[in-house]
Design a protein around this ligand. Structure first.
Ligand SMILES: Nc1ncnc2c1ncn2[C@@H]1O[C@H](COP(=O)(O)OP(=O)(O)OP(=O)(O)O)[C@@H](O)[C@H]1O
Length: 249
């Protein structure tokens, strides 16, 4: 569904990622792993069309066979709005502190889909109930909710939007252990029940192995290994993957 082909990103004469190639199959969870600075977030920024201003991307990012790098800015904004949904590390930063949750949830979902507020309330209320969030949270401000509740709100948005691709960039890093598991269970449920394709970026190998079907291992801006998670974790081929796993388990 999403296919990254020899993607390179250069900024101020420095190559930040080089010839990155991997696929994100439809309906599966694919995880990018690698230590800090390996290029995980830069790859995601390129996919989202959110690279730093002077960065230059080359190669291909194909969504259903269309190369995103050949699209106009306007087309990419539209594509991001209609087909992608992103959950970042710190949900608190995804929301404005000065607006009630109902306005922000509407902007992230119903508004994007062209729904009226009445339709939005009807649908969102049911989704929140399913996630054990009372609809009363819609009347609250983000700072009145916990980090775990805010990440659940992001899942609620994904359930509403049903995006073609959900990108979760270190979604559990700001959560404590128990809430992390809870969040990952919801993400897996979204994939199981709705067939949502997920690209999960994490430096936490436990999270990758518990959730993903396949894995992309990055080191210093390069993909060193890809494959089914069980194959890569049981029989890693690249010395860097071996080292990562040996240091972890
Ligand atoms: N805005 C930027 N300007 C210049 N260089 C950058 C910028 N953002 C990232 N880099 C560089 O790009 C490379 C890849 O960084 P990236 O943030 O993609 O790594 P990462 O694997 O996501 O790390 P982390 O897990 O710490 O987020 C690093 O060398 C980093 O220093």
């Amino acid at each position: 569904m999403l296919s990254i082909d020899k993607l390179s990103v250069e900024l101020n004469g420095k190559q930040l990622i080089k010839h990155v190639t991997f696929t994100v199959p439809k309906g599966r969870i694919t995880s990018i792993i690698g230590e800090s600075g390996s290029g995980k977030s830069m790859t995601v920024s390129a996919i989202l069309g959110l690279l730093p201003v002077h960065a230059h991307a080359s190669g291909g990012i194909f969504l259903n066979e269309k190369n995103l790098l050949e699209m106009s800015l306007k087309e990419r904004v539209e594509l991001r709005k209609m087909h992608f949904f992103t959950i970042f590390q710190d949900a608190a930063n995804s929301f404005s502190p000065s607006k009630k949750m109902k306005h922000q949830l509407f902007l992230l979902t119903g508004h994007k889909r062209g729904h009226t507020k009445v339709t939005f309330y009807q649908k969102m209320r049911l989704i929140l109930q399913d996630l054990d969030l009372t609809e009363e949270i819609m009347e609250r401000y983000p700072f009145e909710l916990s980090g775990g509740m805010l990440q659940r709100c992001m899942i609620a948005c994904a359930l509403y939007i049903e995006p073609e691709l959900l990108i979760a960039d270190e979604p559990t890093s700001a959560l404590d252990m128990l809430i992390q598991k809870d969040f990952m269970d919801l993400l897996k449920k979204l994939n199981d029940e709705k067939g949502t394709t997920i690209l999960l970026i994490t430096h936490d190998l436990d999270i990758a192995v518990s959730a993903a079907h396949s894995v992309v291992v990055m080191k210093k801006g390069v993909v060193v290994e890809t494959g089914q998670i069980s194959d890569v974790f049981e029989m890693p081929k690249h010395p860097y993957t071996k080292l990562l796993l040996a240091n972890h388990f």
